[in-house]
Design a protein around this ligand. Sequence first.
Ligand code: ADP
Ligand code: MG
Length: 212
Amino acid sequence: MDAEVFRAWIVSAAGVIEANRDHLTQLDAAIGDADHGINLARGFTAVLVALDAPGAKTATPGAILTVTGNTLISKVGGASGPLYGTAFRRAGKALGDAADVDLPALAAALDAALAGVQQLGAAREGDKTMVDALAPATRAFSKAIADRAAPDDALSVLAEAASAGAAATVSMQALKGRASYLGPRSVGHEDPGAVSTALILGALRDAARAGR
Ligand code: ADP
Ligand code: MG
C-alpha cells in the first residue's frame, strides 16, 4: 500500500465521518456532550485542507498519517482530538519513511496507535472508549496475518472486529472520559468514540482493497 492508498484512506474516513456526523453526535448526546460528530467532522475537514496545502509533506504513507495526526491535535477540541491525533501520529512514526507498506507493517502501525491512545488516555478494554474498538481490531488483524489470511480477508477481519467491539460497548459502564460521570446510567448506549473508530477502520479496509 503506497501513499495514494493512505491518502485514499483519509479521504474516505473524512467522508464517512461527515456522513455519520449527526449519528455520532446523537450517540454523544446520550452519554456525553453531543459534540463528537461535530468535533471529528471539523477535524477531518481540516485534515483534507492540510493534505492539499502547498508544500504539505505527503510523499509517504507515514507522512500522510503524521499530517493527519498533527491536524487533528491542533483542530479538534475535547478528548477525541488529542487521542485520535496521537493515534495517527504514532502510526505515522511507526511506518517511518517506507514508500510501500505491507500488512505486517500496517498491523505494527495500528498497534503503535493503540499504545499511544492508551498511554495518553489510560483506558483499558472494558472502559467503554475507542479502545474497545481499536484493541480487538488490531488483535484480530494481527492474528489474521499470522494465520496467513488473504489481504482482503485480513482487512475485513480488522473492520469487522472494530464494529463488533463498538457494538459491545453498549453493555459497558463508562470508566473513562465524560461518559464516566454518568456512572451506571452510561450502560445501554454505544460509545461514540468506539463507533467512529470502527468507521475509520472500515474506511481503511475500503481504501486498501480498492488500491490493491
Ligand atoms: P469529549 O468527551 O471531550 O466531548 P468527544 O465527544 O469528541 O470528546 O469524544 C468522546 C469519545 O472519546 C468517547 O466516546 C471515547 O470513545 C473517547 N474517550 C474519552 N476519554 C477517553 C480515554 N481516556 N481514552 C480513550 N478514549 C477516550
Ligand atoms: Mg463529546
